[in-house]
Design a protein around this ligand. Structure first.
Ligand code: FES
Length: 207
């Protein structure tokens, strides 16, 4: 109802205005001649508040739909949900960085020495202990596929640097080994391994 408060009169119902009859409450703005057209009638204010609220809710729905619609992934975004990469482009001992879902992705072709160094440290004290074996696909130790953002605050580490010759993050000095495991510095976890698969001997699909 549109009235409330001490000393205020509840609106009176009038007779139907015409046959077939609907009823009009006098408290509704403009319906009671005694109130005139002035803006002092509390019931009028109530009505205006309610009407304004309803209008705002309608506007919110109107605005919300385009926003929700925009949040649906566009076709080009879906296309980037997964990416295939030809590994023949990466020389032994090198790493390339590609973009995937807006993030850098490291694809590293490890040498035998780099693999051996990683395995040798499997049991070393680590902040985020993992063996090298679980960080690559079975039988594919020469290939590392990692998300290339430092797990501290998201900088992109540089290839081959740091005390462990894996990656070094210059932002705050995090050192990763040749398996991408955090070994020194503030980063809390290893470089993340994304979901990926070998679709042929020389082709990986990430995502
Ligand atoms: S962002 Fe890499 S060490 Fe801080």
């Amino acid at each position: 109802m549109f009235w409330r408060g001490r000393g205020r009169t509840a609106p009176q119902w009038r007779s139907p205005q015409a046959k077939g009859g609907f009823k009009v409450a006098d408290g509704v703005a403009g319906a009671n001649p005694e109130n005139g057209a002035g803006g002092d009638d509390p019931s009028r204010r109530d009505f205006i508040h309610i009407a304004a609220g309803a209008a705002a809710a309608g506007a919110a729905v109107t605005i919300a739909w385009p926003l929700v619609d925009q949040m649906n992934p566009a076709g080009d975004t879906l296309a980037l949900a997964s990416v295939e990469f030809d590994l023949t482009k990466v020389e032994l001992g090198q790493s390339v960085t590609i973009k995937w879902r807006g993030k850098p992705l490291f694809i590293r072709h490890r040498t035998g020495a780099e693999i051996a160094a990683a395995i040798k440290d499997d049991n070393a004290p680590m902040r985020d202990p993992q063996t090298d074996e679980v960080r690559h696909k079975p039988g594919k130790a020469e290939w590392l596929v990692l998300i290339g953002t430092c797990t501290h605050l998201g900088c992109v580490p540089t290839f081959g640097g740091g005390d462990y010759k894996g990656w070094f993050c210059p932002c705050h000095g995090s050192h990763y080994d040749t398996s991408g495991r955090i070994r020194k510095g503030p980063a809390p976890t290893n470089l993340a391994v994304p979901e990926y698969a070998f679709v042929s001997d020389n082709m990986v699909k990430v995502g």
